[in-house]
Design a protein around this ligand. Sequence first.
Ligand code: CP
Length: 305
Amino acid sequence: MKHLMSPLDFSVEELDHILDLANDIENHPEKYAHACAGKKLATLFYEPSTRTRLSFEAAMLNLGGSVLGFSSADSSSAAKGESVSDTIRVISCYADICAMRHPKEGAPMVAASKSSIPVINAGDGGHQHPTQTLTDLLTIRSLKGRLNNLTIGLCGDLKFGRTVHSLIHALVRYPDIRFVLISPEELRIPDYIKENVLDKDHISYKEVERMEDALPNLDLLYMTRVQKERFFNEEDYVRMKDFYILDKKKMELAPSDMLVLHPLPRVNEISVEVDEDPRAVYFKQAQFGVYVRMALILTLLEIEC
Ligand code: CP
């Protein structure tokens, strides 16, 4: 039985297989419409979510399976003090696979250690968000045609942004990847990622504060929201929240084939006027999230079609 805690739980070959399967699902949805008949997915969300929870549920329903779960800690027995370990032992009696989001880093890992069904980390604190990474990889490969030889600007809250952390871990395994890390001083990428991933793998990267300086040389711009929920005080959040706003004028500085991705939700960091730009692909990205989660469910349940 396999769990998914981090993008590194899959080899590059296994990732490629999941992305191929997701493309096949996109092109031939009818082939997969009953693949999970009789199977149940539990969504255990201790933190708010729109895309991840609902795309997991849509994925399982598209596969002919069923879904159950809770969407906040308050509506589960966590509110009465039940541990994640006890919860997963119970959920293992009710479902065949589960996706868990939790504010505490490592909580899905604790669940996996006590589970008799596959556990998928649907985001743990400021740590990892591997299924967003699968979504991002599928989006990039489908729309850019490759996962190698890319200059990628990561912009915004690189300190607390778990989607960025997971994406870096995944992309460094492909050849000729270069990062431009665009953030204010206070929200720079954590040292452990610089030292253990970027420096260790001799990945080319530079840190800049001005988005305008980076834009002309990017293949992809990955925008992120400043993570309000991870700040210790409101004052720091208010100071940082509108540090970057991508608008039409800034898009004029970017190459004509640069793609703009965002895991969403967006707050102010991308002006709505950018949505009409064909380079803005963040809503397509959300659609790719359904295909790739369908592929992941099939893979972890070892169902072949
Ligand atoms: N991208 C993402 O994780 O969105 P949600 O928080 O809405 O799930």
